[in-house]
Design a binder for this molecule. Structure first.
Ligand SMILES: [Zn+2]
Length: 157
């Protein structure tokens, strides 16, 4: 085993980078609908009929403007999922997230793309790809116009 000839170089940096960005018109509509109406909105392309959630200004398939916003879900199909058993600090809350919990990729009814989100799992052995799920919203007083206004997707058995 050799000893390094030079001490490793370290660069000390202390950063404080608070930031905010504009959600834009389509995403703002989406977030306000989550908060105020417990509805999930998507954009629909008039050219190719692709439906995107959250809504976008332009279709990501044919690049045409997507002025139409429609309601989708709250039901959907579980396309894939993971069951997380390793505790960590949840960046949404700053608190340790209780384990196990599920994270899934959901294809909402009426949508062409997928929405990743938390799953409600009382018994993770019941989760299956292709299973029907439904969005469960936070109570009105706890909603903040954020993606976490959807508390989780619960499995419909
Ligand atoms: Zn399109």
């Amino acid at each position: 085993m050799s000893t390094p000839k030079e001490k490793p170089l370290y660069i000390s940096i202390k950063t404080d980078l608070p930031y905010a960005y504009s959600a834009g018109r389509p995403l703002s509509k989406f977030l306000v609908a989550l908060r105020d109406e417990a509805k999930i909105l998507a954009s629909r392309c008039n050219n190719c009929s692709y439906v995107l959630v959250p809504p976008r200004t332009f279709c990501n398939q044919c690049h045409k403007p997507t002025p139409d916003v429609i309601e989708v879900g709250p039901g959907g199909t579980l396309e894939t999922f993971s069951v997380i058993n390793f505790p960590f600090i949840d960046p949404f809350t700053g608190l340790e997230r209780p384990v196990p919990y599920g994270y899934g990729i959901v294809k909402l009814d009426g949508c062409s793309n997928f929405l990743p989100h938390f799953l409600d799992i009382n018994d993770h052995r019941k989760l299956e790809i292709g299973q029907r799920v439904e969005a469960t919203f936070e109570p009105t007083e706890k909603r903040t116009a954020a993606m976490t206004d959807i508390k989780y997707f619960r499995v419909l058995i």
